[in-house]
Design a protein around this ligand. Structure first.
Ligand code: GUN
Length: 280
């Protein structure tokens, strides 16, 4: 079994990005800027946003941190998004999800300038992803593809089974794998004979958000297992995969933490750099 080291791979990506930012700064006198918007005080979201801003600093990006109270109105948030859209120093906008109940997330995501949509969640970018010509694709799914590529894991012709159909991970990673000529199966809570389906996977992506959901009975010998879960169990970060027994069967597996997680931030920075270069 090979442990997929997302921490190491994401570090390499970040080093490459930092170098490119320096070169572009010399050439153009400009730096990429990322705005993060956090509404409310969900502790996990606050940690994510803090990490994003910290890495912005390390890579030479400008970060614009916007913190709004949990009772912020939809109108106020839309107004802020419009301001960020109009700001020429900002090339990427990330509104941390989930948003409080009084705000319609769809409306907010649609208000973000698609050219600054570094999450790849705007319907225009989702459409381009399906067609296969998107510049900005969702960060976690793109990070998964980069991990598979880094370890020279063949995607073409393989059966990729994705457990979970979220707009953030399940659906977009399916589209990216399909683009790379995998045969895809998307499983969800109504899937029948789930165990049978997951056992037929060459590549298994677990993105359900339930700790230890994927058990050893669901995995065949030699499967590549990608664990997207970030669950807190007794204060400890736990993936969607029951790691110990599954790792004995897998050919490759991502740990939690240190697998997919660090890739998400690296790809967010990569998307911001792409959006910046398009703006030049
Ligand atoms: N919440 C959980 N994952 C994500 C993500 O990738 N982007 C945003 N904006 N919010 C999230």
């Amino acid at each position: 079994m090979v442990l997929i080291d997302g921490k190491k791979v994401s570090g390499e990506i970040r080093n490459r990005l930092a170098e490119e930012v320096q070169e572009l700064k010399k050439k153009t006198g400009k730096t990429p800027g990322l705005a993060t918007v956090l509404v409310g005080d969900d502790p996990a979201s606050a940690v994510y946003v803090r990490n994003k801003n910290k890495i912005c600093g390390e890579l030479g990006f400008q970060s614009f941190e916007q913190k709004l109270s949990s009772d912020t109105s939809e109108e106020k948030l839309l107004q802020l998004v419009e301001e960020l859209n109009a700001n020429k120093d900002i090339h990427g906008i990330l509104v941390q999800l989930p948003l409080p109940d009084q705000i319609d997330s769809e409306k907010i995501l649609q208000a973000i300038d698609p050219n600054k949509d570094v999450d790849g969640f705007h319907p225009i970018n989702v459409g381009k992803l399906v067609v296969g010509n998107a510049l900005l694709t969702p960060c976690t799914p793109t990070g998964i593809i980069e991990l598979l590529d880094h370890y020279d894991i063949e995607i073409s012709g393989k059966h990729a089974v994705i457990v979970g159909r979220s707009n953030i991970v399940g659906k977009p990673v399916s589209m990216l794998l399909l683009q790379r000529n995998a045969t895809i199966t998307i499983c969800h809570s109504r899937t029948q004979n789930l165990e049978e389906v997951t056992r037929s996977a060459d590549i298994l992506v677990a993105a359900v958000g339930r700790a230890n959901f994927v058990t050893e009975e669901m995995v065949s010998e030699g499967t590549v297992v990608i664990d997207v879960g970030i669950n807190r169990v007794d204060g400890k970060l736990t993936g969607d995969v029951d790691f110990e027994p599954v790792s004995k069967k897998a050919s490759y597996i991502t740990p939690v933490p240190g697998g997919v997680g660090p890739m998400t931030i690296a790809l967010l920075m990569e998307n911001t750099l792409k959006a910046f270069k398009e703006s030049l």
